[in-house]
Design a protein around this ligand. Sequence first.
Ligand SMILES: Nc1ncnc2c1ncn2[C@@H]1O[C@H](COP(=O)(O)OP(=O)(O)O)[C@@H](O)[C@H]1O
Ligand SMILES: [Mg+2]
Length: 260
Amino acid sequence: MPAAEGSLLEVGGLTRRFGGVTAVEDLRLRADAGQVVSVIGPNGAGKTTAFNCVTGMIAPSAGTIVLAGRNVRGLAPHRVAAAGLARTFQSIRLFEEMTVAENVLMGRFARDRGLLRPLARADLDAVRRCLDFTGLAGAADRLAGGLAYGDRRRLEIARALAGDPRVLLLDEPAAGANPTEKRALMELIAAISALGTAVVLIEHDVALVMSISDRVTVLEHGRTIAEGLPAEIQEDQRVIAAYLGVPDDPEPDLDAVVLR
Ligand SMILES: Nc1ncnc2c1ncn2[C@@H]1O[C@H](COP(=O)(O)OP(=O)(O)O)[C@@H](O)[C@H]1O
Ligand SMILES: [Mg+2]
């Protein structure tokens, strides 16, 4: 079946088992051009594992992964990148001893295994564009290892953008950032989606998720317990009980249970 108009990422039936643990079970995820789609859920819910499967870093146990109409399941990560997908990591993975501009340049080559092609003027122009877009141009020649925390998070995104991805997966891009940095990062994410990129966001700050997302998927123990518009998710009793932290029912009175 051809991809629906505007649909850049279509994941269906995605399942990944680790021994006896089903980390991701029957996940359906769709992101259209210009959308921000968020995945939330407690630690261990399977969010990062889903990203690892979509990017080709680990093999799914089952499921389909279609990127811009093309089946990418089973492709090596650099081929998935070449098909138009980029990601950032939950724990920052920068090249600490390289400059900000050099880090972004490396992102440009993520789709070309082994850096075997010549550097072109277009690559340098793309680096400049990414630095301008992410507000890092002034830090271009600084070492990545010396940046403030929010700028390190920003640089991860700049490096991912360097390959001109059509789909961008962000794994907790604001984790550890202070409220000001968080807000700035969310504005950057909104700007990225406004350019037509499909963004899939993993983020724990529910207020931020609800304000930026077109749709939200909620995972618990690998299973999707809710999917919908932010307003629908906020009202969902299962989500409130499982994740938003307000119990559905008061604690059961154990003494009363025993007596009965
Ligand atoms: N490489 C792995 N080997 C074994 N178990 C794993 C591996 N990666 C993740 N898991 C397990 O899969 C589950 C989901 O983990 P993860 O995807 O990291 O969750 P989240 O990102 O939502 O916090 C957890 O139970 C975790 O221990
Ligand atoms: Mg994770």
